[in-house]
Ligand binder design. Sequence first.
Ligand SMILES: Nc1ncnc2c1ncn2[C@@H]1O[C@H](COP(=O)(O)OP(=O)(O)OP(=O)(O)O)[C@@H](O)[C@H]1O
Length: 459
Amino acid sequence: MSKTNCRILIVDDQEDILTAGRIFLKQHFSLVRTEIRPERLTDLLLKEPYDVILLDMNYTAGATSSREGLDLLQKILQIDPQAVVVMMTAYGDIDLAVQALKLGASDFVVKPWHNEKLLATITAASKLSQSTSEVLHLRNKQQHLNEALNQVGVELVGTSPAMQKVYQTLEKVASTDANVLILGENGTGKEVAARLLHRLSKRAKEVFIPVDLGAVTETLFESELFGHMKGAFTDAKEDRIGRFEVASGGTLFLDEIGNVSLPLQAKLLTALQSRVVTPVGSNRGKLVDIRLICATNMPLYDMVKQGRFRQDLLYRINTVEVQLPPLRERKEDIQPLAERFLATFAKKYQKPPVQLSKAVLQKLQSYSWPGNIRELEHTMERAMIMCESGHLHPSDIYLAEDTVDMEELTLAKDQTLGNVEKTLVQQALLKNNGNITHASKELGITRTALYRRIEKYGL
Ligand SMILES: Nc1ncnc2c1ncn2[C@@H]1O[C@H](COP(=O)(O)OP(=O)(O)OP(=O)(O)O)[C@@H](O)[C@H]1O
C-alpha cells in the first residue's frame, strides 16, 4: 500500500497515545513524529514544516480546562497562520472542540479514537493542507504576474505644466477607491494614465483588467462583462466568468465608455450601483469588489444633453475627472517623448542610438499631431526603420501634414517673418505636389535656396 505524502506531528503528554498514533498513522503517511513535551513545539515548528499537527487539549495531569491546548493552538497559528491543526479531545469536550474550531483548528477527533475515524480525519486534513499550500502558491504566483503585467506601459513621459497637473491629480486620487473618468482625444495616453493610477493604488498587487467597450459587440456585452452559465446560449459551451469578476479585488478599466448603447448603459449602471453581477443564464448575483476607471474621447456632457448618454451613469463614473491634454497643447513634451520612442525602437530594431537633430525636432514641433502620442510613437517607429546612416533626417519623418489643407495655411496677423516664409514655402510645395523645380520658380528662388529652406524649417 502506498503511503500518502504527508508530514504529521502528534503532540500529547501520554506516551501510550503517542505510540498508538505513530504505529497506526505510519502505515498510511510518509512521516510521523511525536512530541511529549509541548514546550518544545515552537522549536519543532521552526525547525521543519508539518502538513498536519495532531494536538492534545489537556497536558497537566487531571486537567480538563483545555486552556493549554487552546494556548498551544494559538501559538502554532501565530507561527504559521496556514497550519492545519486537528485537536484531540476527550469524550464530552465537544464545546471545547467548537471553541478550538473557532480559534482556527481545522478539525477534531475524540479520544479514544477509532482507527478508521482517525484515518479519515487525518486524510481530509492532509488534503486541506495540500490545497491550502497550492492556493498560497498560486496566489503568490499571481501576485508576481500582476506585478510584471502592471509594469507594462506605466510611465507617463512628459513634464509640461498640463502633465504635471495630471500627475498631481492621479497621485491624490490613487489611494482612494473613487471612480475616475479619464477624458482626452485618441492616443493621449488615457490607458497609460489608468495603469499608472492602478500602480499607485492600494490594489497595485491585484489585477488591472482593461475592457475596450468599443470592441465588445452588443450581443456579447453582458456575457463578456458579467459572465455566462453553460448552455445560456448556443455558443456557451461552459461556464465563463465575466471581466467584472476577474477584476474583483483589483481595477476594472472600461475604455471607450461613450460607445455603449443606451440599453446597455442601463445594465452597466445597475451593476455599478449594486456591485453585483449576474452571469447570463444564472439567477444568482455575485458580489464584486472593483475600483472603476473609465475613459472616453467622446463629449459625454454633450451626449447627456442630447439624450445619448445617461446622466445617472455619468455621475456614477465621474467622481474624479482627469483631462489629458492633446499633444499640440503641450509641445514641450514632444522632445522627451520622441527621444523615449527613438531609444525604444533603436533597441527593438537593433539599430545604433540616434540623436534628435534641431531640424527634426522643429519638424515634429510644428505639426499638430491629431493622433497625439500614438501618432508620434508610430512616426518615430517608421523613422527609425527608414533611418540608415545613424542620423535622422527631416525627410525620414513622414507626417500626415504633407496633405494639410491649404486653408489652414493662411497667414495670421501676428506671424513672424520666419513663419511667413515657412508658410509660403509650404504653400508652394503643396500647390506643386512637392515638385521642387516648379515650387522654386513660383517662389522666385533657386532650387538650392528652396532646399535650404526645406531643411531649415524641417519640411
Ligand atoms: N505620457 C506618455 N508617455 C509615454 N508613452 C505614452 C504616453 N501617453 C501615451 N503613450 C503611448 O501612446 C500610445 C497610446 O496611449 P494610450 O493607449 O494610453 O492612449 P489612449 O488615450 O488610451 O488611446 P485611445 O483613445 O485610442 O484608446 C501607447 O502606445 C502609449 O504607450
